[in-house]
Design a binder for this molecule. Sequence first.
Ligand SMILES: [Zn+2]
Length: 312
Amino acid sequence: MATGKKKHNSSGGILGTILILCIVTVCAVAVGKSMLGAPQENPDTSHGVQASQTDTDSDSTSESVSTSSATDSASAGQTSSEGTTDTATEESSSASTDTESSDPSDKSDFVSSNKTDSFDKDAWYMLLANPDHPVPDGYTFEQATIYSAGRNWVMDARCAEEMKAMIAAAKEDGVELILCSTYRTIETQTKNFNNKVKEYMNKGYSEEDAKKVTATIIAVPGTSEHHTGMAADIVTPSYQRLNAGFDQTDAYKWLEAHCAEYGYVLRYRKDKTEITKIIYEPWHYRYVGKEAATIMMNEKLSFEEFLEKYGT
Ligand SMILES: [Zn+2]
């Protein structure tokens, strides 16, 4: 359970300014090839999990970064459990919870309004959030909470029921899925980012270099898919680390086989890091609606590729 750990990554980083140090956790994910320009961990951050990371992210190539990521991983491991958790907590507490009230018709919208070969990029479930497409200013959505691993997690009410259904279905099959990070505010992401910069500066990096390195590990605030309320990091009791090793678990295998049935997709594939700019994250799932999810999973497409091919 959890200790929250967070990780993020993102691309370039300009943020900056005040670095406040609070416990952050970053599930460090090692990333890409060079400190810059490499795939980053997504905004994933808060994982109420034990992020022992260091991800393996094998593929993620980590050369120059590996050092740093290794470092952070270490620090992530020791970081308090509070950091992350809190954030999440504070967010979830403010959640509205109305899952029950969510109108089922919402979910069928995409089914009826989309043809299999074309998807409206403006549909709410097609919202793209990545290093090049920050979440729109003031983006809001109706929140709902999902109880998992001893606490409530906030997600967009329009896809929260599907997440609950997916978790329940897995349970029926003997697989326990637990949430470790869902909706994250930009404020939380900013705090995490700044804490990480501070950490590097304490190690002797200049502010500029500290920001560059941080951007490869933590999503620049505003660009994390967790800001959309449609993304969730999912683990299982026997393996709560956010690293590539998660793909060896029964939980991952179940998710890979069934997530599309609930409208979710494996968002950051191992072989798509050049496109997503985010490291391989077998624990991160994003809601896109059942039809799009089915296509994306069948064709093994990243969301970016899907929008390019099917978006209108
Ligand atoms: Zn994530």
